[in-house]
Design a protein around this ligand. Structure first.
Ligand code: B12
Length: 213
């Protein structure tokens, strides 16, 4: 992932490594070796932290981050059937990356796992305005059990608060789960949202919402 190689045919960012296992082969091998999907997602996170550090130090540029992100998406496709465990709930869950942010890998993992747990997921995508989120919640109010917001940028974290504020103002209160590297438990508490460290915790919390009714 760090080298941005989707499969063994790919070159790395410096032009070598052809023939060595890429993300597809490595994820397949991990699954065959009975490594838990949770562990694999943790290593995806670790790899992307390394990519982020390389970006911070000027070793990587945006196209390099993009190459790694593409490699991750391919890995997640391989992982997907193993994350979809099946379930019976039909409650709706709205997910979105907030306005100003186009990072979607974490949001997609969460959405995919929710679907796997049986939720009916309305994925609004990335760079989603508070207006659009509020409109969706208004239209589907009765069926919606929760909303999941993601952001990885400190500059857009405040847009999560804009969403919770707007929902309160319009009397459309629903449980809002928030996640992504930019977000902290303190901030979640401040805006009246539920903090999730990762997508697994998010799905557990979504299931708890059903139990609470
Ligand atoms: C890949 C990447 C990109 C790709 C994104 C591709 C894509 N399709 O997503 C591209 C190249 C487009 C990109 C662009 C930019 N990026 Co960028 N990017 C990253 C990188 C390297 C990895 C992110 C990632 O996918 N991680 C893996 C996933 C699985 O992790 P995750 O999203 O955190 O999700 C997990 C949990 O947090 C949780 N989760 C996430 N959301 C939610 C939501 C809910 C409800 C729940 C329950 C759980 C949950 O579940 C996931 C798994 O368990 C990070 C570095 C990092 N450490 O995060 C920088 C990083 C986020 N990017 C950064 C920056 C600065 C940018 C740019 C501004 C760069 C630029 N100058 O243009 C632009 C922003 C463009 C924009 N307007 O959004 C900074 C942000 C700094 C900050 N503090 O704000 C980082 C931290 C890099 C760095 N160290 O400087 N980026």
């Amino acid at each position: 992932m760090i080298k941005g190689r989707r499969n063994k045919e790919d070159e790395d960012l410096e032009g070598g490594s052809v023939g060595e296992p890429g993300v597809t082969e490595l994820v397949e091998e991990a699954l065959k070796g009975k490594i838990e999907p949770k562990k694999i997602i943790e290593s995806i996170n670790d790899a992307m932290v390394t990519v982020g550090k390389k970006f911070e130090t000027g070793e990587y540029f945006v196209p390099d981050m993009l190459a790694s992100a593409e490699a991750v998406s391919v890995g997640i496709d391989v992982l997907e059937p193993h994350l979809l465990k099946g379930g019976k709930t039909k409650e709706k869950f709205v997910v979105a990356t907030v306005e100003g942010d186009i990072h979607d890998i974490g949001k997609n993992i969460f959405a995919m796992m929710l679907k796997g747990a049986g939720f009916d997921v309305i994925d609004l995508g990335t760079d989603v305005s508070a207006d659009e989120i509020v409109k969706t919640v208004k239209n589907e109010y009765a069926e919606i059990i929760g909303i999941g917001l993601s952001t990885l940028l400190t500059t857009t974290m405040g847009n999560m608060g804009v969403v919770t504020e707007r929902l309160r103002a319009e009397k459309l209160e629903k449980n809002v789960l928030v996640g992504g590297v930019a977000v902290s438990k303190e901030y979640a508490d401040e805006i009246g949202a539920i903090y999730c460290d990762d997508a697994f915790e998010g799905v557990d919390k979504a299931k708890e919402l059903i139990k609470k009714g």
